[in-house]
Design a protein around this ligand. Sequence first.
Ligand code: KG4
Ligand code: ZN
Length: 340
Amino acid sequence: MDKDIYILGIETSCDETAASVIKNGHEIISNIVASQIQSQQRFGGVVPEIASRHHVEQITLVIEEALSAAKLGPSDLDAVAVTEGPGLVGALLIGINAAKAFAFANELPIIGVHHIAGHIYANQLMQPMEFPLLALIVSGGHTELVLMEKHGSFKLIGETRDDAAGEAYDKVARVLGLPYPGGPAIDKLALESDEAIEFPRAWLEVDSYDFSFSGLKSAVINYKHNLEQKGGLIVPRHVAAGFQQSVVEVLTAKTLRAAKEFNVKQVIAAGGVAANKGLRASLDAAFEKEGIPFYVPPISLCTDNAAMIGAAGTAMFIDGKRGNMEMNGRPGMQLVSWSE
Ligand code: KG4
Ligand code: ZN
């Protein structure tokens, strides 16, 4: 690379308002995240209108802070990358409009990034990607196995048929009376537990790389109801441990089988649920045993952030991808390859 590339990343697809400056696609110069988790906790989940209002209040401040922490001005930047979808449409639009205004005012190109491409490219901030690469994406809205033959090429080999892993965590946490978001709370309880309730594993067809978590969620609800009907009470940590074991075992086994079948050089995990300590330990152990390099970003880069959007945006920028001022929020955007 002869000239350094500086990209401003912006992410507002759900409940984090985030901006970041990334150098050459892999170096974090600044990374600012304003979380709304506290105010969403009162409602037990994300309320779209409240999310949008928070984004409006925060977005300008967060962008200014990302630039001042980077000690850079708009003229030092090469482009603005922003999450185009999927996500809450009102939330996406706040980030997109801010990106458009910033790009227009400073005569910079704008690049629309798929949120999941962002989660995958969070790994590029830690170590270079090696292809073929298998990515396990586990977030609040997605559970997918994606095969990458090169930068910008995504082949979906498996996905959830019902709930996403994070969604299952959040719903089961509700059943257990734990606060939103449920993932970290269940993870903590599960690790403290010396006992685990046995719940089913959704393997689906023998050769399938798809996932299913709604049956497991129902099994947890039924277990609680049955026990309560008999006058008993659940022990939340035992339930948390059993639920987590079921999720982790299936995610690990399917990821491992896919990595071997496609003979990949690197396996990465991404998305909010990749922050799960039980899952990280299980994947680490499984891939270490097989001798396949496995990486997962630090927890702050697993949950939503703008550094990952800057990283993916830089890869798109290098491949000549540019958006325009017609860009709109795309709540149901599919992850398609930008490079075939
Ligand atoms: O990637 P993310 O921040 O937002 C989406 O793109 O959806 O993922 C949020 C999800 C939530 O469902 C949250 O409960 C889950 O990630 N999560 C976890 C953990 N930390 C966050 N799930 C399990 N264990 C964790 N430690
Ligand atoms: Zn996410």
